[in-house]
Design a binder for this molecule. Structure first.
Ligand SMILES: [Zn+2]
Ligand SMILES: [Zn+2]
Length: 304
């Protein structure tokens, strides 16, 4: 597997610093100020729960990664040359699936403080027969992940891309011996592919759509977080926790813990107050109420 992971299933102020600390400051935070956000946000976060049988941490030894350790490894960060996230849809999408991709586009831009571009949809017809199959027992139509990464995304990675992530409506499999995977990424090549196939039926009801949306946003941000050199989180309940299954992923939050949040501020130069404001607006508009409340409380904590 090497660098490839299965769905593991990432100054001085302006004229005046307001009394609320960060509210009017649009400049990126200094490392010292980023560290301060860790202390401020910590009381809002729960420590990671004891792993249940079958959970990621029940079968994987992981060391975790503090913000200080992250800075020391010289992580992948946004730069003038590599500043954009690209989304590559592959296959045919229903109306609601198309909406999921559109919303992921918007959310990724807010979460990682960067420009996002959705490329023209590619047809599955261009994928050779040996990179597609019907699952031998279940009959699900599947695409070969390595083909998508190595033959489609890798060679076409735009010059200004921080990374390209592909979404498919078909199921995925990574090669012999595997039934399916939710997604697959190469962090060295900065490309990844994720499938909407197993996230539920977004056409069924508003509730089901919302569940699909949550799942899509979580996997897109978690895997992109890895592209920013963020390791799995073992300290808190956090979007960067590893996950072995959909139920385990469903138990994990969309937000980041204080340490992983600090890594994003460092890697993307985002102003945390503005980032929270945009996240609150997005979650409010799309009725992700639980997330909206958490982002609102987090923003208030930073403004104390
Ligand atoms: Zn992961
Ligand atoms: Zn974390």
């Amino acid at each position: 597997m090497n660098d490839k992971l299965l769905f593991c299933l990432l100054f001085t102020c302006l004229t005046a610093i307001p009394a609320t600390g960060l509210a009017q400051n649009t400049k990126p935070l200094t490392p010292a100020k980023i560290k301060k956000t860790i202390r401020q946000l910590k009381p809002l976060h729960k420590e990671i729960a004891e792993p249940q049988p079958g959970d990621w941490l029940a079968s994987h030894e992981e060391k975790g990664q503090t913000f200080a350790q992250y800075v020391r490894i010289r992580p992948n960060i946004l730069t003038r040359q590599r500043k954009k996230l690209y989304i590559q849809p592959i296959g045919e999408f229903s109306e609601k699936q198309t909406e999921l991709i559109k919303l992921s586009h918007e959310f990724l831009g807010i979460y990682f403080n960067c420009e996002v571009e959705t490329l023209e949809t590619k047809s599955e017809k261009d994928i050779p027969e040996n990179a597609q199959r019907e699952h031998p027992s279940w009959g699900d139509h599947q695409l070969l992940t390595t083909h998508v990464l190595d033959k489609i995304l890798g060679p076409e990675l735009p010059d200004d891309a921080f990374a390209t992530i592909a979404f498919t409506s078909s199921d995925l499999w990574p090669g012999d011996g595997w039934n399916f995977v939710f997604g697959y990424a190469s962090f060295r090549q900065r490309v990844g592919v994720w499938s909407l196939y197993r996230f539920g039926d977004p056409e069924k009801s508003d509730e089901e759509f919302k569940q699909c949306l949550r799942r899509t946003l979580k996997v897109a941000t978690h895997e992109t977080g890895h592209m920013f050199s963020i390791q799995h989180c073992i300290a808190y309940q956090c979007n960067m926790q590893g996950s072995n299954s959909l139920p385990e992923s469903d138990r994990q939050p969309t937000h980041l813990c204080p340490e992983c949040h600090a890594k994003i501020l460092y890697a993307t130069k985002a102003n945390p107050i503005q980032r929270y404001e945009k996240l609150i607006e997005f979650c409010n508009k799309h009725e992700l109420t639980e997330e909206m409340k958490f982002f609102r409380t987090s923003k208030a904590k930073l403004e104390e």
